[in-house]
Design a protein around this ligand. Structure first.
Ligand SMILES: Cc1cc2nc3c(=O)[nH]c(=O)nc-3n(C[C@H](O)[C@H](O)[C@H](O)COP(=O)(O)O)c2cc1C
Ligand SMILES: CC(C)CC(=O)C(=O)O
Length: 356
């Protein structure tokens, strides 16, 4: 395979239509979904020349992690719909790539088993655990304890889902539940028995404060788009911000993360890392996001396409393609290290170029 788009095509052919649409789809008219990729293509990189070095360093330090490149895996649910090995395959592939896997709370493999699979490949593999705060605090506390016991080195709290997005593709298919034999394994053995993941608009910053006080793990906030919320996140002691519109699956009128990134970077002012996901499909997208101030970027769907196309090896291909493409983009921009990707390199395409 020579690009992520090719792996996507193979995945589309292999998956059952209702499972493909669950992975691919967005909310409402899928305006945000389409805009996520399109927004990267509205931007251009103004390359510098003659870097004076033939070596490049892609490694990046993140909360509780040293990643081999500024690309991590964003949390996506239900990997066993894509491949029988599910999250075990994903965990092995991400460990082999030496980057961070954010394990979804809605994984079809329990977090302890994912961590064990990753550590067989690399004892130093990094997993973070994605969490939807539950209104039953006992449940949240138990999930946090399990993540810590599994050796997760950070928590990623998703805050863009006070209610579940309206996924019309799923409604048309009548896809409302996992097939028999698959389960959100982290939701077993909880007080009161197995549970569904709850999304609640009743949650507030006070619930986040409580989580912050209850754990020594770094806590990152996923789904921040408003600069004022980025400011509040830092004030409330968060260790990082993940700028995201949930891959266009929640508020369909939400902007593309890359369009709000510069403002958030400005507000945060270097106090904590600012990460981004949504629409990253090429190494040049990674370079644009870093030039606009992101510390690293996440990919969601491309991992699912790799998994559906070829299991562990497919996910490895996705990560290695992005690594090669990003290394290439950095070289072509005249850069040697990530810090060489600066804001002045980004312009808007077309005759207005430069007026950013
Ligand atoms: C099928 C699917 C399932 C997802 N599940 C979760 C999840 O369980 N938790 C979460 O915080 N985000 C979830 N997301 C959002 C991703 O973490 C991420 O924000 C998004 O996919 C990034 O956009 P991209 O797919 O364009 O790379 C999911 C996204 C998809 C496509
Ligand atoms: C099971 C869901 C909570 C996963 C999710 O966040 C999504 O499908 O976007």
């Amino acid at each position: 395979m020579t690009s992520l788009a090719e792996l996507h095509d193979v995945a589309r052919q292999r998956l059952a239509p209702e499972h493909y649409d669950y992975f691919a789809g967005g909310a409402g008219d899928e305006v945000a979904l389409a805009d996520n990729e399109r927004s990267f293509r509205r931007l251009a990189l103004l390359p510098r020349i003659l870097p004076g070095s033939a070596t490049r360093d892609l490694a990046v330090r993140l909360p509780g992690a040293e990643a081999s490149m500024p690309v991590f895996v964003s949390p996506t649910a239900f990997h066993r719909l894509a491949h029988p090995d599910g999250e075990l395959a994903t965990a092995r592939a991400v460990a082999a790539a030496g980057t961070v896997l954010i394990a979804s709370m809605a994984a079809t493999v329990a977090i302890g088993d994912m961590a064990a699979a990753a550590r067989e490949v690399d004892p130093g593999a990094t997993l973070w655990f994605q969490l939807y705060l539950q209104t039953d605090r006992e449940v949240t506390d138990l999930l946090v304890r399990r993540a810590a016991d599994a050796g997760c080195s950070a928590l990623v709290v998703t805050v863009d889902s006070p209610v579940f997005g309206r996924h019309e593709r799923d409604r048309r298919h009548g896809f409302t539940d996992l097939p028999d034999g698959l389960f959100a394994e982290n939701m077993r053995d909880l007080p009161g028995g197995p549970r569904n993941i709850e999304m609640s608009p009743a949650l507030s910053w006070a619930d986040l404060d409580r989580l912050r006080e209850s754990t020594s793990l770094p806590v990152l906030l996923k789904g921040v788009l408003h600069p004022e919320d980025a400011h509040l996140a830092v004030e409330h002691g968060m260790d990082g911000i993940l700028v995201s519109n949930h891959g266009g699956r929640q508020l369909d009128a939400a902007p593309a993360p890359v369009d709000v990134l510069p403002r958030i970077v400005e507000v945060v002012g270097g106090r904590v890392p600012v990460l981004l996901d949504g629409g990253v499909r090429r190494g040049t997208d990674v370079a644009i996001a870093l030039a606009l101030g992101a510390t690293a970027v996440g990919i969601g769907r491309p991992v699912l396409w790799g998994l559906a196309a070829a299991g562990e090896s497919g996910v490895r291909q996705v990560l290695e393609l992005l690594r090669e493409e990003f290394d290439d983009a950095l070289a072509l921009c005249g850069g040697r290290r990530l810090a060489d990707l600066t804001r002045d390199l980004v312009t808007v395409r077309g005759p207005e170029g430069g007026k950013w």
